[in-house]
Design a protein around this ligand. Structure first.
Ligand code: VNL
Length: 390
């Protein structure tokens, strides 16, 4: 008799425990944030994680009756690791959304998992045009290299730059930057006597820069991923390229806000085209930069941070729109077509392509309050990814 009572209570207790647990589970909304937190791309991971946490601190962690849980995983920017982590997050943690993706190969490696499991994949960093075509579940809040590069190809020939050598990291975004810069620049009457490609991992720029010096172009157009710009700038100056009359131009990855202020006055005057500058003069951006720096010991947010911050917004708003009831398909539908003011300026998620449409700014490195910034001086409005018109 005693035993039966005991068993009975145990079963009750167990039911209560698991019951409560499954309710807790249902009330959770999990975001699996896969980022390079260590290794060559660690600055990108640090910026995006900080931005995601800032967004949550400002907007709360409970949305449409759900408690948001952010699960951060370090893929060390090795695509096989990204893929394994994505699989574990979907199967074991049952995440509602996959997000992050510091480099193109990581975003692409995850695409089949997003498709098979019908989980939205919010790409916050990687920027090769074709990524959004790898899965119908991919939505992008960063930018594309064609989007940024074409603006520079239009600006340069109007500003005395007729002959350009290109130098890019030899993988997806670099090849996009090279092609879209070159095609448009040639169309505009410019010349590109050489296109150089450097390995993505541990690049040595010295031999390439020597070659550029010998070719004596008006400018060197550079794309390197976020975090590699300072090394390019240092070697460019050490080799006296600027003194030889060669200008440095590129997409804004090379004058990345994460590193720019440490590049020294040699960076002054460098013109780039990009979607985000920490110096973007809008009240929304001022507030964002201030809050980000305050929460991160003075670290200045770069374009990666803004991609992460806006990616969180897209996820939060999709959860609100679906009243916390939606699965992957409903969330995805609610991400498409979102339009809002980002710290970068106005942006929207094109419902057809799931890619970001945004302004591209021309910026020049200048000193403001004793610090180096990419100061915007012109804007090309509402630029769609030119890579989608093929
Ligand atoms: C990529 C594109 C990565 C632009 C970047 O930095 C970047 C990419 C890590 O698509 O791999 O600045």
């Amino acid at each position: 008799m005693q035993k039966r009572v005991f068993l009975h209570t145990t079963v009750l207790a167990l039911t209560a425990f698991f019951g409560a647990n499954s309710v807790a589970q249902d009330n959770k909304f999990k975001i699996g944030l896969i980022l390079p937190m260590t290794g060559q791309q660690a600055t990108t991971g640090r910026q995006i994680e900080a931005a995601a946490r800032l967004y949550m601190a400002q907007n709360g962690d409970s949305v449409a009756g759900k408690k948001i849980e952010l699960i951060v995983k370090d893929d060390t920017s090795i695509p096989d690791v990204t893929k394994r982590l994505a699989q574990e997050l979907v199967v074991n943690d049952k995440v509602n959304v996959l997000a992050g993706f510091g480099i193109t190969p990581s975003a692409l490696a995850t695409a089949p998992i997003a498709t098979q499991s019908k989980t939205p994949e919010v790409v916050m960093a990687a920027a090769t045009s074709s990524i959004t075509q790898a899965s119908p579940y991919i939505v992008r809040t960063s930018f594309t290299l064609p989007q940024a590069a074409v603006g520079m190809a239009d600006w340069a020939p109007k500003n005395g730059i007729k002959k350009v050598v290109t130098l890019v990291s030899d993988y997806g975004p670099g090849l996009d930057a090279e092609k879209y810069f070159k095609d448009r620049f040639l169309f505009n009457g410019g010349q590109v006597p050489e296109s150089l490609r450097v390995p993505m991992r541990n690049p040595d720029f010295a031999p390439f820069l020597q070659k550029v010096r010998d070719l004596k172009p008006d400018a060197l157009f550079v794309f390197v991923p976020s975090g590699a710009g300072a090394a390019v700038m240092k070697q460019f100056l050490e080799r006296g390229m600027d003194k030889a009359g060669i200008r440095l131009i590129g997409t804004g990855d090379v004058t990345d806000d994460d590193q720019l202020n440490d590049m020294g006055d040699g960076a002054l005057g460098v013109v780039t085209s990009h979607h985000y500058s920490a110096a973007h003069p809008s009240p929304v951006n001022k507030k964002f930069v201030e809050a980000f720096e305050k929460a991160n010991k003075g670290l200045r947010p770069n374009f990666m941070a803004v991609g992460g911050y806006d990616g969180m917004r897209v996820i939060y708003e999709a959860l609100k729109a679906t009243k916390g009831q939606g699965g992957g398909d409903a969330l995805l539908a609610a991400m498409k077509g979102q339009i809002f003011e980002s710290p970068r300026g106005p942006m929207f998620i094109d419902a057809q392509t799931r890619d970001v449409v945004q302004n591209i700014y021309l910026r020049k490195v200048e000193k403001q309050n004793g610090q180096l910034y990419n100061v915007e001086f012109d804007v090309i409005k509402d630029v769609k990814d030119p890579g989608k018109n093929k």
